[in-house]
Design a protein around this ligand. Structure first.
Ligand code: BGC
Length: 422
């Protein structure tokens, strides 16, 4: 072996020892350990090292050309709570450059950055720059709402003959898990070892906010290379309890800080919606045909929002659950949102029976978001896949899904938010 070959071989071995002295599984374990301790793990660095070592070995041509940047997961401290506990933020970036940031507080999505039809990247979800804003004033931005998302009438339900009284934090009713729901809890985040994603866990103790049973929850956020953001939630309990978990992101496809979502085109394929009383408690299932609730073909959100319809008056706009038509297999199409100016499209697929469309009726301009702009009335909208509101008081009724979780069962929720342009 010639002397220069020996030198270059030694160099490659040294490089390989630095980056690849362990199996891929060990490498990803090391990376997640590094992430757990607060460091940044940038896959780009290791990929470049890998490619340069292959080039030196004359194997460069076997490496498929990279379309753009490799995917990355990074972790940083987002903020610190008064009790000193640290809240981390995980940022997922796929090879196409779509970014999703998730914070451990409320397991909340803080931003979603996607291209418009001209390649311009913007954040399309409402959120804050500072942890304290999430603690003090977040109207559930991006969080996992629970233990029971949406409302329970008068905060009361009975289960196996026992009556439970929960907090009434929304007029006479219970909303999104009570005074300190899952949105106000610090979840523990861990990056996925073999995927672009993060898993967050929270254990809700027996009796928390009045709910029975210790409930262990996991939410896995993952981002695919074709811009699909998957939200998979599971929970197990040690006593019968009620569970309804959903992600509560506010979207504005024109870019966070844009003043209105009233110009977005919305499609909700459901033929029925859950009509409510003036406190947003379900009264009956009502066909959408002939009402301003008919979004079976794409309709501008603002077109009928001011109509003199008792349900719109009661909800102060749209704040209702649409029945999701069940697909043949797999996840069902629950909604499509389209901003014609930017060309951005969001399609929502879910295994949940309902989707709550909330048109941001309680935003009032008093909150300032990540981009420094205030969030006026209807500057964001939510599409929350979930069980119907107040299901604990409708168990056994025709058309209502079971919401009771028992010790030998696992709660499942899977929704996919697919972003594209046209
Ligand atoms: C509810 C609204 C509520 C909002 C709070 C939505 O899920 O349906 O009534 O005001 O959450 O952010």
């Amino acid at each position: 072996m010639k002397i220069h070959s020996i030198i270059s071989y030694s160099f490659i071995l040294a490089l390989a020892w630095g980056n690849f002295s362990c199996t891929p599984a060990e490498l990803s374990k090391k990376a997640s350990q590094k992430l757990k301790t607060g460091g940044d793990y940038i896959t780009e660095k290791s990929k470049l090292a890998y490619e340069s070592s292959r080039e030196a070995l004359g194997l460069k041509e076997e490496t498929p050309p990279r379309s753009s940047k490799p995917m990355t997961i990074s972790k940083r401290v987002f903020g610190q709570l008064e009790d000193g506990s640290k809240v981390h933020e995980f940022r997922l970036i796929n090879e196409r450059g779509m970014e999703v940031s998730i914070i451990e507080y409320g397991a909340s999505i803080r931003d979603i950055i996607v291209e418009d039809r001209n390649g311009k990247k913007e954040n399309v979800s409402l959120g804050f720059d500072h942890l304290q804003d999430y603690v003090d004033k977040s109207p559930y931005f991006g969080c996992i709402a629970g233990r029971y998302a949406n409302r329970i009438a008068n905060g009361k339900f009975s289960l196996d003959g026992e009556e439970f009284q929960l907090a009434t934090n929304n007029g006479p009713n219970h909303l999104h898990g009570g005074n300190l729901g899952f949105d106000k809890k610090v979840w523990t985040g861990t990056p996925l070892e073999n995927d672009l994603g993060v898993s967050l866990t929270y254990r809700s103790p027996d009796g928390e906010e009045g709910y029975p049973g210790n409930l262990s929850c996991t939410v896995v956020y993952s981002l695919s290379e074709d811009n699909k953001l998957s939200v998979a939630i599971e929970a197990v309990t040690d006593k019968p309890t009620v569970v309804n978990l959903t992600n509560h992101t506010y979207f504005n496809l024109a870019g966070e800080g844009d003043p209105t979502i009233l110009d977005h085109l919305l499609t909700l394929p459901g033929t029925t919606f859950v009509a409510t009383d003036t406190t947003n408690i379900p009264t009956h299932l009502q066909p959408v045909a002939g009402t301003p609730f008919d979004f079976r073909s794409a309709t501008v959100v603002g077109a009928r929002i001011g109509a003199d319809h008792p349900q719109l008056v009661a909800g102060k706009g749209y704040d209702h659950t649409w029945v999701v038509p069940t697909g043949k297999e797999g996840l069902a199409h629950a909604a499509t949102l389209y901003d014609t100016d930017s060309g951005r499209v969001l399609k929502l697929f879910t295994d949940q029976p309902g989707v709550q469309f909330y048109s941001g009726n309680f935003l009032d301009g008093s909150l300032t978001g990540v981009g420094g702009n205030s969030y006026p009335l209807r500057s964001g909208l939510c599409l929350e896949p979930q069980l119907y509101p107040d299901s604990p008081n409708h168990q056994g009724e025709e058309g209502w899904r079971n919401c009771v979780l028992r010790p030998d069962e696992t709660y499942h929720h899977h929704s996919v938010y697919e972003f594209s342009t046209k």
